[in-house]
Structure formats: C-alpha cells, structure tokens
Design a protein around this ligand. Structure first.
Ligand code: IPM
Ligand code: MG
Length: 357
C-alpha cells in the first residue's frame, strides 16, 4: 500500500527521535512491501526562526493532504519570550484544531519489567496499571477566549473554559467505543462541584451512556480526587475520559506510573482516518543532540498510526513486539535505566528495535 506521511521533527530532541520513527517505517515498508512518501513539515520553533510563525499555511496544507502526521516535539526555552500567539506550541494547537483532531488517546500500561521503575509501593504496582486516557483535544480552556485588561488592581489576565454538548458527546462516544473493546468501564473526570462547564460535561456524558451505551459502567471522579486515586489505586482505572486541560495534566501523572514519559505514545483522531501521532513528552532541549533521548514513545506512536489510521494492524503489532523484546532484553535509555539494565543511546535503541522487526 502507498501512504503519504507528514513528518514534523520540530525542536529539541525532535530530529533524533523522528529519525528513529522514519527508520522503523522504512524497515516495515521494505519488509511488507508498502511505500511511504514522507513530507518534511516545519512547525514550532524551527518555523518561527525561519518564517516568523509557528505554522505556515503551506505546512498545514501538507498535513491536511497526508494520510497521517507524525510529530516529534515542539518548543524550547529559546522561544519562551514569544507572545502567546507566536509560541511554538501554538503550531501544534493549530494542527490539532485545523485537522479536527478532537480525541487524544493516551494508553498507560505498566509492563511487568518496569514494576521497579514505578514510583508506587510494590504492592500497589503489582496490582497492575493498564488504562487509556481519552482527552478532549480541540476545546476547553486551550481554545477559549483569553486576554488581558487593566482592572483596579493592575493588569488582569483570563482564559475561558467552554464546552458545547456536541463536543462532549463526541468525545464521550470515543471513550465508550474504546471501553466496549476493553472492560466496559469508564471514569469521567471533571470538577463538577465547582465548574459549570464540568456540570454540563457530567450531564452530557451520562446522557450518552444512558441512551447509547447502557452496558457501560460509568463513574464520575472529581479531578483532584482522580489525581490522588491515580497514586493510591491506579488499578481501578480502565478508560478515562476528560477535558483538554485535565487530560493534559493527568496523562503526565500517569506516564510516571508506568516508568517514564519517554515510553508513552499518543494518537490524536478526528472524524476522518487522518490522525496525528506523537509522543506525549516534550522537546527536552537539555538533552538535545546528545544521542540519549528515548525514541520508544515515538516508535510506539508510529505503531498506533499503523493500527488506527493506516489499517496495518499486523505491522503495528510487529513494532510493539519488537519494542517489548528489546525492553525484555534489558536495554534502556537513560530515562528508564535501572539496576541491572543495559544503557544505550537513542541510535542504538533504534537499531535494536529494527533488529527485532
Ligand atoms: C501535550 C503537551 C501539549 C499540550 C503542549 C506542548 C502544548 O503538553 O501534548 O500534552 O499541552 O497539549
Ligand atoms: Mg502535556
């Protein structure tokens, strides 16, 4: 099969981990007779430096015309003083919005060989962690009205959390459909004791469940309690559905529970087959160019793309198994290094994965 894939290396460790993703796709292409045509797209800090904006219309157009987008990472201290609308992250948010990628899927699974890397007490970790966070990605406070004005106590700034029923219904359905393929359990996370937007969230999620998914066991968890429960008893969670900002925060928390943020892939999906696939970690400018970044979250993101956007399920499984094997053999990048494991760099880790494909 022929596929057109837009690649966004972005900033910091981006180019290094993207090289890993490309190598994996090329190996799969060769082995299973597919053709990937790659379009390099500039977004984030590199785009600001070159064109003065974090995402050009041309870059966006290439993403829209592709079968899917793989994004490594954007941002860095160099652009921290940019005004809000010209920050590297704005490029990422624009792609999510313009491609209609309203559903962000972030699986967090504790592999048995990472039980020691989990910061929780052994008896808690041993109960297992296997959850998927379904994060609403194109609404809420990330996209609501924001600004500054001057009040009697000086400058004031505001951001707005706003959700419509339609937005909540569509993300709820993604979570329920996913739950139907798993344990039929969904935890919806909100702050309905304080926020009106959360009260609408809760009502709407329950309406969808009642009318369309009567088999689903749905529980509501307040976000502060959810942050605590993730540490206290993560085994209770299967599918989590939540808004944009809570999903952002809780998925970083979950990433630590499963060993490292360097292991967590994500898929951003909309109404079409075209998705964007990215590791959930950032651009790690402090370790950029040193060949020590962990390429596995990006490689696993490619596997998610194969499964969810390209219908290459067998190939997706092969990538996942190759990663499993390398981890079982004890190879680790620095972020996940533990007693008795073998340290490798980004390139060597990639080579080991390729060897197992
Ligand atoms: C993420 C990231 C982004 C977000 C940043 C880079 C804008 O933290 O994908 O979780 O907040 O969505
Ligand atoms: Mg985040």
């Amino acid at each position: 099969m022929d596929f057109r894939i837009a690649l966004i290396e972005g900033d910091g460790i981006g180019p290094e981990i993207m090289a890993a993703a490309v190598a994996v796709m090329e190996k799969i292409a060769k082995k299973y007779d597919h053709t990937f045509t790659f379009d390099m797209v500039e977004a984030g800090g590199v785009s600001i430096d070159k064109y003065g904006v974090p995402l050009t219309d041309e870059a966006l157009k290439i993403c829209k015309e592709s079968n899917s987008v793989v994004l490594a990472s954007v941002g860095g201290p160099k652009w921290d003083t940019q005004p809000g609308h010209l920050r590297p992250e704005r490029g990422l948010l624009a792609i999510r919005k313009e491609l209609g990628l309203f559903a962000n899927i972030r699986p967090a699974k504790l592999r048995p060989e990472f039980i020691d890397a989990c910061p929780l007490k052994k008896e808690i970790a041993q109960k297992g962690i296997d959850m998927v966070i379904v994060r609403e990605l194109t609404g809420g406070i990330y996209y609501g009205a924001r600004g500054r004005d001057v009040g009697k106590n000086g400058v004031e700034a505001y951001d707005t959390e706003r959700y419509s029923e339609r937005e909540i219904e569509q993300i709820a359905r993604v979570a329920f459909n996913l739950a139907m393929t798993r344990n039929k359990k969904v935890a919806s996370i909100d702050k309905a004791n304080v926020l009106e937007s959360s009260r609408l969230w809760r009502e709407t999620v329950h309406n969808v469940a009642k009318n369309e998914y009567p088999e689903i066991e749905l529980v509501d968890v307040l976000v502060d309690n959810a942050a605590m429960q993730l540490i206290k008893n993560p085994a209770q969670f299967d599918v989590i559905v939540t808004n944009n900002i809570f999903g952002d925060i809780l998925s970083d928390e979950a990433s630590q529970l499963v060993g490292s943020i360097g292991l967590m892939p994500s898929a951003s999906l909309g109404k079409t087959k075209c998705g964007m696939y990215e590791p959930i970690h950032g651009s790690a400018p402090d370790i950029a160019g040193k060949d020590i970044a962990n390429p596995l979250a990006t490689i696993l993101s490619v596997a998610m793309m194969f499964e969810l956007s390209l219908d290459l399920k067998k190939e997706a499984k092969i990538i996942e198994e190759a990663v499993d094997k390398v981890l079982k053999q004890g190879f680790r990048t620095r972020d996940i290094l533990d007693n008795g494991t073998k340290p490798v760099g980004c390139k060597e880790m990639t080579r080991l994965v390729l060897e197992n494909i």
